[in-house]
Design a protein around this ligand. Structure first.
Ligand SMILES: Nc1ncnc2c1ncn2[C@@H]1O[C@H](COP(=O)(O)OP(=O)(O)O)[C@@H](O)[C@H]1O
Ligand SMILES: [Mg+2]
Length: 396
């Protein structure tokens, strides 16, 4: 029997549409002999849907019409530990689930999907799922926490300062002077937990800094200000596997058209077809020295290890052409198009990539089943009749 793979996509995220593209690419590349794909679309309101038409990209032009043809569902685990998609509003005599899945395959970028929240839902439901777990997803999503952890492990990153919105509102002058003395212009200002360059801008002086922070604060409560790498080459490298098997891909050089590689550069260039990240202008392999390639690959693996990742990630680097230094900029734990284009050139097809990912999810579930999470014995029954003090419950 084929394994039923629930590909979960869309989501309450500014990267909703990009997720639809990545997910449909992944869905259509599943090995049909081994896997039966079940599309699970999360709307921008957070409602879950399933239905055959969800895998046709053209249907998304009229979303209401599409969703009318689908079932509004919820994920439940039944008494036989099967993972079912049941109607939110069951019909009369509704006995059968709308669909069933064996493995979940989240392909959501950004908030509520790549940040550990969806992984938490799947974890509690007990479903094996593809990719990073709750902790690595959450750490990877928050640029501040991620950089704190990487810095602590000796991974090179550019200098940064971070603060909350309320701190800027109450202590703008102190923070401005801290930024000017500790980092110095030009700086780049980012919301701490978004993606696709949303809310990011550069500042060369105090008034631009103020504008950039106000923009970033309209997207997030936590802001990070970084030193700009002025003579920049952007290099990306994907890592696939788990902690035991992780390997690094070929490197790509990303060519932006605007100053900051923008949402438009990433997703709207060559926008005739729905290419997702594969539509970005890029050089594969990156034209950097062998030494730099090796450094990027080994830092990519180290980042994957330190953050505790699993599945396929893409680690993005900033390379300073002035002095040849390499910095980790960020990790994407569910990268655009699942970075398939970084694996294809060395002989791993998109189908093999999705197969590897599903197998990794099953392997992790098997390993977890060997870990003790709770004791079967009921401590209360062992101590029945006692005054409770033996259980550490002091009675006043
Ligand atoms: N420190 C930096 N110096 C120069 N350019 C940067 C720096 N940080 C980010 N950028 C530019 O901004 C883009 C978006 O920043 P990034 O941190 O990758 O955010 P996102 O999570 O939105 O992709 C990068 O792809 C790069 O072009
Ligand atoms: Mg980025």
């Amino acid at each position: 029997m084929r394994i039923k793979v629930g590909v979960i996509f869309g989501g309450v995220s500014v990267e909703h549409e990009v997720s639809v593209i990545s997910a449909l690419q992944a869905f259509h590349s599943l090995d049909e002999k081994r896997y039966e794909g079940v599309p699970i679309y999360i709307s921008k309101n957070g409602d879950w849907y399933t239905g055959a038409d969800l895998v046709k990209i053209d249907e998304y032009k009229d979303l209401n019409k599409l969703l009318n043809k689908c079932e509004h569902v919820t994920l439940i685990t039944d008494e036989n530990k099967r993972f079912l998609l049941n109607r939110v509003k069951p019909k009369l005599f509704d006995k059968k689930p709308v669909a069933e899945i064996d493995v979940a395959f989240p392909v959501i970028h950004g908030t509520n999907g790549e940040d550990g929240s969806l992984q938490g839902v799947l974890e509690l439901a007990g479903v094996p799922y593809v990719g990073c777990d709750v902790l690595s997803s959450a750490v990877g999503m928050d640029k501040v926490i991620m950089k704190n952890v990487l810095r602590d492990s000796g991974v090179p990153i550019v200098g940064y300062i971070w603060f909350y919105k309320y701190e800027w509102n109450t202590s703008e002058a102190e923070l401005t002077s801290k930024i000017e003395t500790e980092i110095g212009y030009p700086v780049i200002v980012k919301p701490a937990n978004l993606g696709s360059s949303v809310g990011i801008s550069k500042a060369k002086n105090r008034s631009e800094l103020d504008e950039a922070v106000v923009l970033a604060m309209s997207f997030a409560n936590k802001i990070i200000v970084e030193k700009v790498v002025q003579e920049l080459t952007e290099i990306n490298c994907s890592v696939l596997g788990d902690q035991e098997t992780a390997e690094a891909s070929i490197c790509e050089e990303v060519l932006g058209q605007d100053e900051i590689l923008s949402y438009a550069d990433k997703y709207q260039s060559n926008s005739k077809g729905s290419k997702g990240m594969s539509g970005t202008n890029r050089k594969i392999p990156a034209e950097i020295s062998d030494e730099q390639t090796n450094e990027v690959k080994s830092l990519a693996l180290k980042t994957f290890r330190v953050l505790g990742c699993s599945g396929v990630s893409r680690i993005d680097f900033l390379l300073d052409k002035k002095d040849g230094k390499v910095y980790v900029n960020e990790i994407n734990t569910i990268p655009g198009s699942l970075s398939f284009y970084l694996w294809e050139p060395t002989g791993k097809s998109f189908t093999q990539l999705t197969t590897d990912l599903v197998q990794l999810a099953i392997k992790r579930q098997r390993e977890r089943s060997e870990i003790t999470f709770s004791y079967d014995s009921n401590l209360f029954s062992l101590h029945s009749g006692s005054k409770g003090s033996k259980l550490g419950v002091k009675r006043s």
